[in-house]
Design a protein around this ligand. Structure first.
Ligand code: GDD
Length: 310
């Protein structure tokens, strides 16, 4: 399969490139700046907010599948800069979809949206299914929903093949430390190594989220690229309080810490609980998660311990 990964240098993009190569795909990468070491001859620099740049990328790579992962993914960043979020997440996606459509109606786009599009979910709606009403509640989710609407229009018009994936929280070694699992693991590793006092800074520990491992998520992307068009939720199916993520990481690190709430880490009103059914993906392509929450957190902690030891 000739596959193009847009956003290949990001946290998920790197795992996806590795997985596609392992599976024997011919992989092309689009990145804003960073080269992809495994793809010295097939990495192209792209700025998806520039239609000409997106066009060149698609024409040079001539993909059968485009995995579109590029975008602003940190919720507070989108809150702070809505203009940029619209430009990248909506305008950029529009450029990718349009150029894929102009290249070939047979090219399949896997557009990575987000579980956040469900927004203000009511307790009766849990677990979330693809049919659950969408009530985007912040700048990030609004941008992802707008981009989904663009993709849906192409599909309705028969102008493109497209699968929209809505991953719930996914974690793993190498994630930016702005995200909760990496943030906590990095702090704990620094404490364990004596580089910081034994005080953890945290945000809202009461929110319940559905965590899965990035290695399972990229496996789903490839399976779904070969499956039917549609919308698919991806997650573990298990709601976990952020407090339990913290407790597990503290246990893994073996350190004793004082936990302090940091007002700067608290967000505006948050949806208290988000978790999904992954039944639709399982019945369409046989996907289910295989890596446990504990193993993901152990791997993330080990990663940060290595990084901070250097
Ligand atoms: N980042 C962070 N840092 N989050 C904290 C902290 C902290 O110190 N303390 C508590 N939290 C809580 C947040 O309030 C949120 O409820 C939860 O931990 C997860 O936060 P993030 O890891 O920042 O992820 P997210 O839920 O905002 O978004 C992630 O998941 C989406 C899908 O559900 C991202 O990966 C998005 O790109 C993705 O679309």
């Amino acid at each position: 399969m000739r596959a193009l990964v847009i956003g290949a240098a990001g946290f998920v993009g790197k795992y996806l490139v590795e997985h596609l190569l392992e599976q024997g795909d011919q992989v092309f990468a689009g990145t804003l700046k960073e080269p992809i070491p495994q793809l010295p001859d097939t990495t192209f620099s792209v700025d998806i907010t520039d239609a000409g740049s997106a066009a060149e990328l698609i024409q040079r790579s001539r993909p059968e599948v485009v995995y579109h992962l590029a975008g602003i993914s940190f919720v507070p960043e989108a809150e702070q800069n809505f203009d940029k979020t619209l430009l990248v997440n909506v305008g950029g996606t529009n450029n990718v979809l349009r150029q894929a459509h102009l290249f070939s109606k047979e090219t399949k786009v896997v557009f990575v949206s987000s579980a956040e599009v469900y927004g203000q979910v009511k307790p009766d709606d849990l677990p979330i299914r693809e049919s659950t009403p969408l009530r985007p509640a912040n700048n990030y989710s609004l941008s992802k929903r707008m981009a989904e609407l663009l993709a849906e229009r192409y599909v309705r018009q028969g102008a493109l093949k497209c699968t929209i994936v809505r991953p719930f929280n996914h974690i793993g070694p190498g994630q930016d430390p702005r995200f909760v699992a990496s943030s906590f693991a990095q702090q704990l590793a620094r404490i364990a190594l004596g580089k910081a006092p034994a005080v953890m800074r945290v945000g809202n520990l009461e929110a319940r989220r559905d965590f899965s491992d990035v290695r399972d998520i990229v496996r789903a992307y490839r399976l779904l690229a070969q499956g039917p068009d549609g919308v698919f939720n991806l997650g573990s199916g298990v709601p976990r309080p952020i407090q339990s993520l913290l407790d597990t990481l503290i246990r893994v690190s073996g350190v004793s810490v004082k936990v302090e709430q940091d007002p700067a880490r608290m967000r505006g009103p948050e949806v208290p609980e988000l978790f999904t059914s992954f039944a639709k993906a399982e019945s369409a392509v046989g996907w289910k998660p295989s890596i446990s929450f504990e193993r993901s957190l152990e791997d993330i902690y080990r990663h940060w311990h290595d990084v901070e030891s250097k």
